[in-house]
Ligand binder design. Structure first.
Ligand code: ZL4
Ligand code: CA
Ligand code: ZN
Length: 397
């Protein structure tokens, strides 16, 4: 009745534990788990769940989290509460306005909130479950919109990320897959994933991001940062960074994305791909500075999907909740092959429909041409493409 059919010939799974919605970083903190509630609302109201294998994911175990994170850090995350944190670390009480401490990265960006460990283990468990579905070939595309927290380090929370579910999922994929490609379209640099796999040629990391050292978080990811310098290090040239300036539009992004990702896949021959779909690269994002529309963002998913390589799709940033939900619902429809049949007007009856009133209840509001113009010149773009082409020539064996 809703026009959604199961995809013929391939399987899509959706991994989610609604308990992640119950956690709050704090009143004015930009990270709102509410965006996940809205995403779920759209996915279910469009009837897209009928085209996927839907799993309520289980929390990641301590051991699974410790596959990447340091034991002391996992211990810390599992016991820290807003009540005991100042007793354990009195230094935290004296931090200045806008700080990040040296105590496992805790601070304004990464506060200790009630149920923090349950939140972390649940979003991480969903990514690990999704990776397992790909490994045992029960899914061709596995989706976890609550994951994609790419900044978390081995023993440090960073940029709203505590546990790096992407690294954990990639480690799972590496048990069965010789080469994993990681592609990151969040407006921020995927530094945590890059750092974790810096010295290996079994994972190739590609991040597109706004780059302005010392001004835009996290300040890493220049074009020249391509892996270890030492010629004997296997990771040399297995990192690709695409630094961008404000205001990039759909057309420029699409051209650049295709020009980087296609030769990367054709050179590296990944046997699995992880796509981080951070929605803060959309126009009108509270923290972002790009001008992408929902369709422009979604074109990246369509393009990666077209290679028909086992694909793990995760969320990430995204700070204007209604647009995050629009983007991830649209991208779910791309994964199940229903993007052409989905009604661009939102379902008449659905939970939280009012949240979408401002742009007139459409899935595709105009998010371009906002706040800032495109400051990425044709020359900047061509320079990036040449640099990537030369870099890939180095790894061709
Ligand atoms: C906030 O209003 O650039 C945190 C963070 C908390 C509530 C009240 C505290 C007020 C904006 C951001 C003081 C806040 C000062 N509250 C925050 C260098 C900074 C130090 C911390 O999408 N201050 C750090 C992180 C980035 C910095 C971006 C993106 C994650 C992802 C994947 C992470 N950190 C300067 C900022 C607020 C806050 C308002 C904020 N933090 C905006 N940008 C940052 O890539 C999920
Ligand atoms: Ca990125
Ligand atoms: Zn981001």
């Amino acid at each position: 009745a809703n026009g959604i059919t199961r995809p013929k010939g391939y399987r899509v799974s959706w991994h989610y534990n609604p308990s992640v919605e119950n956690h709050h970083f704090g009143q004015t903190h930009p990270m709102k788990p509410w965006r996940l509630t809205l995403t779920k609302s759209l996915v279910l109201s469009y009837g897209m769940h009928t085209a996927m294998d839907c799993y309520v994911s289980r929390p990641a175990t301590r051991e699974e989290i410790a596959a990447f994170h340091k034991d002391e850090y996992v211990d810390f995350l599992s016991v820290a509460t807003p009540q005991n944190i100042y007793e354990m670390y009195p230094e935290l009480a004296t931090g200045p306005q806008g700080f990040s401490s040296h105590i496992f990265g805790v601070g304004d960006d990464c506060p200790i909130f009630d149920g923090l460990y349950a939140f972390c283990s649940n979003y991480a468990g969903a990514s690990i479950d999704a990776a397992r579905k790909l490994c045992n070939k029960q899914s061709d595309i596995a989706i976890n919109w609550s994951g994609g927290l790419h900044h978390a380090k081995k023993a440090e929370a960073s940029g709203f990320c505590y546990v790096n579910d992407i690294v954990l999922a990639v480690l799972q994929l590496l048990r069965h897959h010789p080469r994993v490609l990681y592609v990151d379209i969040d407006v921020h640099h995927g530094d945590g994933v890059e750092q974790a796999f810096w010295s290996t040629d079994r994972v190739m990391c590609v991040s597109f991001h706004k780059y302005d050292k010392e001004v835009f978080f996290p300040g890493t990811g220049p074009l020249e940062s391509t892996g270890p310098i030492h010629p004997d290090n296997p990771g040399k040239n297995y990192t690709i960074n695409v630094p961008l300036s404000d205001g990039i539009d759909d057309e420029t992004y699409d051209y650049l994305f295709r020009s980087v990702v296609e030769p990367t896949i054709k050179t590296y021959h990944p046997t699995a791909i992880v796509l981080q779909c951070g929605a803060d690269s959309l126009g009108h994002d509270r923290l972002g500075c790009f001008n992408l529309n929902i369709r422009g963002h979604g074109n990246c998913v369509s393009f990666v999907k077209s290679f028909q390589i086992p694909l793990l799709v995760v969320g990430g940033g995204g700070y204007t909740p209604r647009n995050v939900a629009r983007a991830w619902a649209h991208e779910t429809s791309i994964c199940i092959g229903a993007d052409r049949t989905l009604n661009p007007q939102l379902p008449e009856y659905m939970p939280h429909r009012e949240a979408f009133r401002k742009e007139g209840f459409t899935l595709f509001p105009n998010l371009g041409g906002w706040r800032r113009e495109n400051t990425n010149s044709k020359q900047d773009v061509e320079k990036i493409i040449r640099h990537v082409r030369d870099q890939l020539a180095e790894i061709r064996t």
